[in-house]
Ligand binder design. Structure first.
Ligand SMILES: Cc1cc2nc3c(=O)[nH]c(=O)nc-3n(C[C@H](O)[C@H](O)[C@H](O)COP(=O)(O)OP(=O)(O)OC[C@H]3O[C@@H](n4cnc5c(N)ncnc54)[C@H](O)[C@@H]3O)c2cc1C
Length: 574
């Protein structure tokens, strides 16, 4: 068989949202990256193969930003009817667009070579080309969900639920066990303008009445059927095929129930899609230098090395899934946000191995909150950014945390990742300039906090046509302008649909975003010149390169996507 060898700085295994964000972050910061993913499309549980909604931190203005926000805003702009193939195409092109990323798709990593306590290379089989790919790298990140590199490398990991006493976690069982949350196959339906009969397969389960689906909300207008869940009392890796077969019986049986067993307001609805690849919630978790626990979560996780945050409840599904007649999950309250420390994001015994996604170093209880995809994505961005720093300085993941944590945090905030209770160092040129505005107080634009927090807006509002200005004592060379605009971090984020009603409400670009604006510089001849202009912006973070010498520089909003006022959180010049 054909065998290809690749040499890169950083190899990411698994292209869910965690792996994608890790790869993109590292590539944009200069590392040569291989992204080895075993599916044709990227996005993992968010992709069209599984179709889970991207959820994240609850609460005012806690929405995750950075690369994830870039993906979601691209999707809002180009995919108003929330079509899964368009979403897949956006994820695909974002990874493809990075010159520093070598994507190796349809390639399942199943072997590796060690060099002492470090991974030297990983090898995978590419189904479509019948080719073995070996990727040699200085650093690896396991973003495969199931932590494929742990058993292959000897990295320490855990599965199942910890005993209550081990970490003093009161939501854990008294005795440790191997039970996990189960896996699911989702179903999607589409409304039509005429009655649609449905004939179930003979092998589907039969749910005669609503009493057979207790606590399982199945309104076709609103449910995404996440509770079609099994396998938590089996092995969610080894038994997956068997569990998939059982889930198919449930999925088609649930649709039969909705269509044929009682009135569900679904006469005109037709089955659109059923997943055949089980979406996994839980399996192996790495052991890092810190294990995040329920108590860390409850204490808000204000760690000095906080590099990401969660804010979902501790949403601990019953391992019995459909076999459990009670409530399928318990939402144990968690503060939002809670910090996730860097020490949870690498293996404690394999020297060059990061992890990101649902498999980070957390207990079962903490994982029930940290597992949602927006959290996984920002954890991925933290790992990718750390990897780029580690490559640049020739450090291991642990050394990067010990020696470069301040640089890592600054890099993340510069790339629009929110780190609660931290603020960004603002460029010296912005800090030393005289800041003024046509109206209102512009000073928050250089306070290093790029979103509203509590009662503080941390931004500037003006009408289209108003200006914000930095004036300098002497002529200054300007190389870059960085803006953080308002993408409405309280927007109701349902980036994708569960089901498709006949007259579907389109989503769009948040009205608060500034669509058109210009940057003007005051030149040596005393006149204002336009040095950059955008007329169709739909992103929150905008970086514009320029090459001028100026006595002053202005940001002038021209139009929004609907809001009366133009609102922004940062205007950096460097
Ligand atoms: C049914 C269900 C409902 C959920 N509901 C929500 C929800 O509403 N909102 C939310 O945000 N989260 C939800 N979650 C949780 C969330 O989807 C996961 O925790 C999250 O997707 C984990 O992200 P990840 O990147 O670690 O893994 P994944 O999204 O699973 O991505 C990992 C990828 O790695 C690939 N891979 C695996 N092994 C290999 C290998 N050997 N070689 C190469 N590639 C490999 C896999 O194919 C996969 O695509 C749900 C999960 C499930 C299963």
């Amino acid at each position: 068989m054909k065998h290809l060898n690749h040499v890169v700085d950083f190899c990411v295994v698994g292209g869910g949202l965690a792996g994608m964000c890790a790869a993109i972050a590292a590539a944009r910061r200069g590392a040569k990256v291989a992204l080895v993913h075993d599916r044709p499309m990227l996005g993992g549980n968010a992709s069209s193969e599984i179709r889970m909604w991207v959820c994240g931190a609850h609460g005012d203005n806690n929405h995750e930003t950075g690369i994830l926000e870039e993906l979601l805003l691209e999707n809002r702009y180009r995919n108003p009817l929330r079509n899964y193939s368009i979403w897949d195409s956006i994820l695909f092109e974002k990874a493809r667009a990075e010159a520093n990323i070598l994507p190796i798709l349809n390639c399942s990593v199943n072997a590796l070579e060690m060099d002492g306590q470090r991974i030297k290379a990983v090898t995978g089989w590419q189904l479509t080309t019948q080719t073995w790919h070996t990727v040699e790298a200085g650093l690896f990140a396991d973003c495969s969900g199931d932590s494929i590199l742990a058993p292959l490398s000897g990295a320490e990991f855990r599965t199942g639920r910890e005993a209550r006493a081990e970490f003093n976690e009161d939501i854990e069982p008294v005795e440790a066990d191997n039970k996990t949350m189960g896996m699911s196959l989702l179903i999607q339906a589409r409304e039509t303008d005429a009655p649609q009969p449905y004939i179930p397969p003979a092998w589907a389960n039969v749910y005669l009445s609503d009493a057979d689906l207790p606590y399982r909300e199945h309104d076709v207008q609103t449910s995404n059927f996440w509770w079609i869940e099994l396998g938590g009392e089996q092995d969610t890796i080894q038994d997956t095929e068997e569990i998939r077969d059982a889930l198919l019986k449930v999925a088609f049986g649930v649709w039969d129930h909705i269509k044929n067993r009682g009135e569900h307001g679904a006469a005109n609805w037709a089955l659109e899609w059923v997943g055949f690849l089980p979406g996994k919630r839980e399996s192996r978790r790495y052991l890092g230098d810190h294990i995040l626990t329920q108590n860390d979560v409850r204490a808000e996780g204000r760690f000095a090395d906080l590099v990401a945050y969660g804010g979902w409840t501790m949403d601990d599904h019953h391992p019995g899934g459909m076999a459990w007649p009670g409530e399928p999950t318990i939402y144990h309250p968690a503060p939002s946000p809670f910090g996730i420390p860097y020490r949870c994001l690498y293996s404690r015994n394999i020297g060059n191995l990061f992890c990101a996604g649902r498999n980070i170093s957390v207990t079962h209880a903490a994982m029930s909150a940290s597992r949602v995809m927006a959290t996984c994505a920002i954890v991925g961005q933290a790992v990718g950014t750390a990897a780029a720093l580690a490559v640049r300085h020739g450090l291991t993941p642990r050394e990067t945390g010990e020696q470069k944590i301040a640089d890592l945090k600054q890099a993340l905030m510069e790339d629009d990742c929110y780190l609660p209770w931290n603020s960004r160092r603002v460029p010296a040129l912005s800090l030393t300039a005289r800041l003024s505005a046509a109206q209102g107080q512009a000073e928050p634009l250089r306070n290093g906090i790029d979103r509203p927090v509590g009662a503080a807006d941390n931004g500037w509002s003006g009408s289209p046509g108003d200006w914000v200005e930095y004036a300098f004592e002497t002529y200054q060379p300007l190389r870059q302008v960085r803006l953080i605009l308002d993408s409405d971090l309280n927007r109701k984020e349902s980036p994708m649909a569960a089901n498709y009603p006949l007259h579907m409400e389109p989503v769009g670009v948040p009205q608060t975003l500034i669509r058109a604006f210009r940057i003007e510089a005051l030149g040596e001849d005393g006149t204002w010149q336009v040095v950059a202009r955008m007329t169709n912006n739909y992103q929150r973070q905008v970086r514009l390169d320029c090459d001028v010498t100026a006595r002053a520089v202005r940001f002038i909003p021209e139009a929004t996507w609907g809001a009366e006022k133009a609102h922004l959180f940062a205007f950096d010049v460097a």
